[in-house]
Design a protein around this ligand. Structure first.
Ligand SMILES: [Zn+2]
Length: 52
């Protein structure tokens, strides 16, 4: 998913509609995967900051 994200940046530098359309083209269900990853990262960051 990160590879797809980076590949899409070769064509689109911004996170705009065309960018996400490219991501979806290369990896169907990209939106859901990125959403899940963001959720995971957010939760991990919360755990990290709360343990300090
Ligand atoms: Zn990006």
């Amino acid at each position: 998913m990160i590879v797809v994200h980076e590949l899409a940046h070769l064509k689109e530098s911004d996170h705009n509609k065309a960018f996400y359309r490219l991501c979806e083209l290369m990896q169907p269900g990209y939106h859901q995967i990125e959403f899940d990853l963001r959720l995971y990262l957010t939760r991990r960051d919360l755990i990290k900051t709360s343990s300090v």
